[in-house]
Design a protein around this ligand. Structure first.
Ligand SMILES: Cc1cc2nc3c(=O)[nH]c(=O)nc-3n(C[C@H](O)[C@H](O)[C@H](O)COP(=O)(O)OP(=O)(O)OC[C@H]3O[C@@H](n4cnc5c(N)ncnc54)[C@H](O)[C@@H]3O)c2cc1C
Length: 557
C-alpha cells in the first residue's frame, strides 16, 4: 500500500529516468516533497523524437515537450527547477549543492532519498578541428534547434557513425534534400547487429543516394568555406554541416566525486533496486551499469525504455519496497527505420556470443511479413540464436520492409519468459491474411531451429570455398538467370526435378543446397539426406547473403 510519508525525494536530471521517477513517486505519495533538478532549460522532452523534428517529419516543436515545468507542477505538484545544476553531493549531511545557471546563485537542498538520472553525453573525441562550430552532436532540444538552423543553409551533410541515431539523422537529412555522406568505422551499418542482417539497410541507404563509407573514420576536420572531414583512409568528405553520432559516455562526474562505486567504464554501479553503493542514493538510465537479462553479467544499455522503467522502479522501491521486484536486467531491444526498411535486435547477437565464448546455435529464415498471397506482402529476414544446452532463446535480429517491430517484440517477450525454440514453434500468434501468416516467421524460426537441433538439416552460413563441395542451386532456371549466384560452377537442378536427376550429383562429395530464401534449400537437403548424400543448406537463402531485394515469393518448384 502506498504510504503518506513526508519524505524528501530529490532527483538530478529531469528527462527520461528522472521524470518517470518523479511522476511515479507522486502517484505513490501525495505527502512527499519531490524536487526535480535539471541542468538544461527543458524537462521530460522526447529525445528520441529529435531527429524527426530536424527532418520535418514532426512538425510541431511543442510535440517534443512531453511535459513542461508548469504542467509537472500543476499535475504532479513537483518542485521543478530548470537551468539548475547539481554540483556536489554531501553524503554525510544528505544534502546536494545546486547552482542556478541563470542567476549564478547557489544553495543546498536536503534529501532523504536522492536519484541520480544524469544521462549520458555524446562522445567528442579530441580530433584536430573538432571544435569547429559546424560539428554538432545531438542530445537536447537546444542541439536540435542548432542543427535544424544550420541545416537550413547546408547542401552537403556528413553524418559520422552509422548506429541508430546516425541512421535516423542520415534518413532525415535526405528528406530535407541534402547530399548525405555517412561514415562508419566498422564494415557495416548498425554495428551491434550481425552481417548480413544489415544488408537491407545498407541497400536502402544507397538506393536513396546516401554516400555510405564503411570501414573508415574521421581523423581530422579542416576548416575552409566548407568543412573537410579528413578520413583515416585519406579520403576527404566535404560538408557544410557534420553530425557526430559515435556513441555516448555516462555523465557520472557527480557520482564519482561523491565516492560512489563506478564500473570499469565509468557507469554508476547499482543493485537490482537501482541503489548505488550508498543505499539512500539511487541511479537510473544511461548513467548506470545494470545486468544483462540473459546472463546476469554487467551490461550498459543507453536506451529510453530501460531508463523509464528504471526510474519508475526507483520510486516503487522508495515508497512501496515490500512489493517491489528487482530490475530483471536489460535485453537491449532496439529498432531503427531507414526509409522503407527497418532493422533491429533483441538479446544477444552472434558476434557478442562469439566474443564471450558462449555456446549457441543459430538459424536465419526468410518469409513475407503477412500471407504471401495477400496484396502488399513484404520480405522479412529473421536470425534466431539459442542455447544448445536447453533450447532457450538468447537473441534475435530482424530486418525487412514491414513487420520488423512485431517480430522483435514477440521474441523479446519470449526471451523474457524464458521460452525455448520448441515454444517459438508452437506460439499461437494473431493471423488473418492482412496481418500475418498461418505459420508466422517466428514459428518458422522455431521450426528451423528445432530441425537443426534434431539433425534434420545442417545449416551453413556461407558458401564454402572448397572446390570439392558441390553447390546445388535449386531455384527455377529463370530465377537463376535473373539473379545468378556470385559463384561459378554451381549446379542448377530445380527442386521439382531433383528426385529424377539425383544421378547428376556425385554421391562421394558433399553438397550445399542454395535457393532464394532458404526454405527450398531445406526441402532439397531433406531429399538428398534421405538419399545418402552429405548435405548442408544455406540458411536464409540468397536474399540474406547476396541480394536483400531478391523476390520475396517462394519459387514454384
Ligand atoms: C537523438 C536521440 C534519439 C534517441 N532515440 C532513441 C530511441 O529511438 N529509442 C530508445 O530506446 N532510446 C533512444 N534514445 C536514447 C534515450 O533517449 C536515452 O536512453 C534516455 O533519454 C536516457 O534517459 P536518462 O534519464 O538516463 O538521461 P536523459 O534523458 O539524457 O536525461 C538526463 C538529464 O540529466 C541532466 N543532468 C545531467 N547532470 C545534471 C546535473 N548535475 N544537474 C542537473 N541536471 C543534470 C541532463 O541535462 C539531462 O537533461 C535516443 C537518444 C537521442 C539523443
Amino acid at each position: 500500500m502506498p504510504t503518506n510519508s513526508p519524505l524528501r525525494f530529490v532527483i538530478v536530471g529531469g528527462v527520461a529516468a528522472g521524470a518517470s521517477a518523479a511522476a511515479r513517486a507522486r502517484r505513490l505519495s501525495e505527502a512527499a516533497s519531490i524536487t526535480l533538478l535539471e541542468r538544461g532549460p527543458d524537462v521530460s522532452f522526447a529525445n528520441c523524437g529529435l531527429p524527426y523534428f530536424i527532418g520535418g517529419e514532426i512538425k510541431q516543436r511543442d510535440a517534443l515537450a512531453v511535459q513542461t515545468p508548469q504542467t509537472l507542477k500543476a499535475l504532479l505538484a513537483l518542485d521543478v527547477r530548470t537551468s539548475t545544476e547539481v554540483t556536489a553531493i554531501d553524503r554525510a549531511a544528505k544534502r546536494v549543492q545546486v547552482r542556478n545557471l541563470s542567476s549564478g546563485t547557489t544553495e543546498t537542498l536536503p534529501y532523504d532519498k536522492l536519484l541520480l538520472a544524469p544521462g549520458a553525453v555524446p562522445l567528442r573525441p579530441p580530433l584536430p578541428g573538432i571544435d569547429d562550430p559546424r560539428v554538432f552532436t545531438l542530445r537536447s532540444l537546444g542541439d536540435m534547434d542548432r542543427i535544424k538552423a544550420a541545416a537550413a543553409g547546408a547542401s552537403r551533410v556528413a553524418v559520422i557513425g552509422a548506429g541508430f541515431i546516425g541512421l535516423e539523422m542520415a534518413e532525415q537529412f535526405v528528406h530535407l534534400g541534402k547530399q548525405v555522406t555517412l561514415v562508419e568505422l566498422t564494415a557495416q551499418v548498425l554495428p551491434p547487429l550481425d552481417q548480413p542482417m544489415t544488408r537491407l539497410v545498407e541497400d536502402e541507404l544507397r538506393k536513396h543516394r546516401v554516400d555510405l563509407v564503411l570501414g573508415d573514420s574521421v581523423a581530422a576536420f579542416e576548416a575552409g568555406d566548407a568543412l573537410t572531414c579528413r578520413l583515416a583512409s585519406g579520403r576527404a568528405v566535404t560538408a557544410d554541416l557534420v553530425v557526430l553520432s559515435i556513441g555516448v559516455r555516462p555523465d557520472t562526474v557527480l557520482a564519482r566525486d561523491a565516492g560512489l562505486t563506478l564500473g570499469k567504464r565509468g557507469h554508476i554501479h547499482v543493485n537490482g533496486f537501482m541503489q548505488t553503493s550508498d543505499p539512500d542514493i539511487y541511479a537510473a538510465g544511461d548513467a548506470i551499469e545494470t545486468e544483462d537479462f540473459v546472463t546476469h553479467e554487467v551490461a550498459t544499455v543507453p536506451l529510453g525504455g530501460p531508463a523509464n522503467r528504471q526510474g519508475r522502479l526507483v520510486a516503487d522501491h522508495i515508497f512501496r519496497p515490500a512489493e517491489t521486484k528487482p530490475y530483471p536486467g536489460a535485453l537491449g531491444t532496439a529498432i531503427v527505420r531507414v526509409f522503407d526498411a527497418a532493422a533491429g535486435l533483441t538479446g544477444w547477437s552472434e558476434k557478442r556470443l562469439c566474443a564471450a565464448g558462449r555456446g549457441y546455435r543459430t538459424v536465419t529464415v526468410n518469409d513475407n511479413h503477412h500471407a504471401g498471397y495477400f496484396p502488399g506482402a513484404k520480405g522479412i529476414l529473421l536470425k534466431l540464436l539459442w542455447d544448445p544446452t536447453d533450447g532457450r532463446v538468447l537473441g534475435a535480429q530482424v530486418s525487412g520492409l514491414a513487420g520488423v517491430d512485431k517480430r522483435l517484440d514477440v521474441i523479446a517477450t519470449a526471451i523474457t519468459g524464458g521460452l525455448t525454440i520448441d515454444d517459438l514453434a508452437q506460439l499461437e500468434l494473431a493471423y488473418a491474411p492482412p496481418f500475418g501468416a498461418a505459420k508466422d516467421i517466428v514459428n518458422l524460426a522455431g521450426f528451423a531451429a528445432c530441425n537443426t537441433r534434431d539433425g534434420l538439416v545442417v545449416p551453413i552460413d556461407a558458401l564454402p570455398d572448397d572446390p570439392a563441395v558441390q553447390i546445388l542451386d535449386v531455384r527455377p532456371p529463370a530465377l537463376v538467370q535473373a539473379h545468378p549466384l556470385p559463384r561459378v560452377g554451381a549446379i542448377n537442378i530445380p527442386l521439382g526435378a531433383l528426385r529424377a536427376r539425383l544421378g547428376e550429383l556425385d554421391r562421394t562429395r558433399p553438397v550445399v543446397t542454395v535457393c532464394a530464401l532458404g526454405k527450398t534449400a531445406y526441402f532439397a537437403a531433406r531429399i538428398l539426406a534421405q538419399n545418402g548424400f552429405r548435405v548442408s543448406a544455406l540458411t536464409g537463402g540468397i536474399r540474406a547473403h547476396f541480394d536483400p531485394r531478391s523476390p520475396a515469393k517462394l519459387p514454384t518448384p
